[in-house]
Design a protein around this ligand. Structure first.
Ligand SMILES: [Zn+2]
Length: 501
């Protein structure tokens, strides 16, 4: 049996705060936030003992913490929650009135802290996060408008209103998110951003928070780095087997340059991540230079650029070459100096993967030339290029065949297609009544074969190169998209939104 039976919490004697002389706020008393959070307050302290009032005597964690902290005799008493709340709001108002404008900031901070640590607000914000993960959202937007606060999720690239919240709760929600994001809760006039991991019960997620002041309050945008997205394979992305074959031939070259192109948000990073995970092997050293590192891949050396301290793409690339890598991934070729270094690395025995902003795959050739790279060098290093876009996938729970509309027939006819049926999503619970669930890539990819190399080296114009690729059987972005619409993976509407035909 235990030597000294623990005193049952229910036997704590009830006291009232009026029985004690209030201890001054500073140094003698616990910090305001601590009292507020744990519902306990110091009643008295002398050389021998401390008296503590606590609302919930069953909180043995707090009792033990305080015993450890004081290292002297601690006597606990039970106090009423209503009495403590009254005391706290009184203290707050005294702080506000007595100390005047000089310390109004302190009381404002206390008030914001108090609001942000309110249990209903914590639960509300947590549920916004948890629901967003369940819905496979990539971003959460919380905005203050005239009468209410609107919470929207970006799912499969489109914003969806999830709920509206009473406008008076906005300061508390905003403060809560600032605390989670390690931002300054007092700052409401300047934009702030931060990146952190948050703990939501048993889940840990990486988020990037951006807060910008607006006329009505603030606009809060949160990017969620979902680990499931990080595990996408080329198969998941919708690579047809022929494109997969070309991609594998290109990316298993011992050296050379492979470029993925497309606008921001077209999934270039996800594709390159999937390629890197395929190439990962204990016989090769892989280094990436990224801005930002979105997904951490085990077994790969990932480096984050930081322009403020001079860690630019080109500077890092120069250093990385001395690391004896086999494969280098450069997040983006933005300038001439990075382009030159990437080409030089590719010429000196490295496989270099990178991205460029061009509309289609073949445009990487004029783009590199415009950056001052000689045609013979482009011909010498380029192993291939790919362009991609993301389109929404039809919901597999509610898609159903139907007749193509006249418009759809006209579009398809231009590409020599004439399907009898096309699929549409009717909308169901699984897809939030949108008819779509998840996304896939549509793409065009070409390997740089010998004939193409000689055309590039001879300074052939884009039109000629495009013609040669067409003769070689390249499937364009539009053709790949329409084929996926015909197969019932996506719709013509989605393809038309992604590429101009
Ligand atoms: Zn559905």
């Amino acid at each position: 049996m235990s030597k000294q039976p623990k005193r049952h919490p229910d036997t704590l004697e009830l006291r009232t705060l009026a029985q004690y002389t209030p201890l001054p706020e500073h140094n003698k008393q616990y910090p305001f936030e601590y009292i507020e959070r744990n519902n306990c307050i110091k009643l008295l302290e002398n050389d021998d003992e401390v008296h503590v009032g606590i609302c919930d005597g069953k909180r043995t964690d707090i009792l033990e913490e305080l015993i450890r902290f004081h290292r002297k005799k601690v006597v606990f008493f039970r106090i009423e929650k209503s009495e403590l709340s009254a005391y706290l709001s009184h203290t707050l108002s005294i702080l506000e009135s007595e100390k005047g404008p000089a310390s109004s900031k302190d009381s404002e901070r206390l008030l914001l802290d108090k609001l942000a640590n309110d249990a209903p607000i914590i639960n509300l914000v947590n549920s916004i996060f948890i629901d967003s993960i369940r819905a496979d959202a990539t971003d959460i937007h919380i905005e203050a408008f005239t009468d209410n606060v609107v919470v929207r999720y970006r799912i499969d690239g489109e914003l969806r209103t999830i709920r509206t919240i009473d406008e008076e709760n906005f300061p508390a929600i905003s403060s809560r998110i600032k605390i989670m994001g390690n931002l300054n809760i007092m700052e409401r006039r300047l934009p702030q951003d931060g990146r952190i991991s948050v703990n939501l019960g048993d889940e840990v997620i990486d988020i990037r928070v951006s807060i910008v002041p607006t006329a009505r309050g603030e606009s809060i945008a949160i990017r969620l780095f979902n680990k499931n997205t990080a595990l996408f394979t080329l198969d998941d992305l919708g690579f047809p087997s022929d494109a997969m074959g070309i991609m594998r031939t290109i990316t298993t070259s011992p050296h050379g340059l492979f470029l993925v192109t497309g606008p921001t948000g077209c999934g270039k990073t996800t594709t390159l991540n999937a390629v890197l995970r395929e190439l990962k092997d204990d016989t090769v050293k892989i280094i990436t230079i990224e801005d930002p590192i979105e997904y951490v891949i085990d077994g790969i050396n990932q480096i984050q650029t930081n322009d403020k301290i001079g860690l630019t793409f080109d500077m890092l690339l120069r250093r990385v070459l001395r690391q004896d890598p086999n494969i280098i991934m450069v997040g983006e070729i933005r300038d001439v100096s990075t382009a030159e270094l990437a080409i030089r690395s590719a010429l000196t025995g490295h496989l270099v993967l990178s991205t460029l902003h061009t509309n289609d795959a073949v445009s990487v050739i004029p783009r590199l030339r415009n950056m001052g790279i000689d045609s013979y060098l482009v011909a010498g290093v380029l192993r291939g290029a790919m362009a991609q876009r993301l389109v929404r996938r039809l919901c597999t729970y509610c898609k159903a065949p139907g007749k193509p509309t006249q418009n759809e027939q006209a579009v398809l006819a231009r590409y020599g297609m004439n399907p009898v049926t096309l699929f549409k999503g009717r909308g169901c619970k699984e897809c939030g009544n949108t008819g779509y669930k998840g996304r896939c890539a549509i793409m065009e990819i070409f390997p740089c074969a010998e004939q193409l190399q000689s055309l590039i080296a001879r300074d052939a114009d884009t039109k000629t190169i495009r013609k040669a690729l067409k003769a070689g059987g390249i499937r364009t972005l539009a053709e790949d998209g329409l084929r996926k619409a015909q197969e019932g993976i996506t719709t013509i509407d989605e393809v038309l939104k992604a590429v101009s035909l």
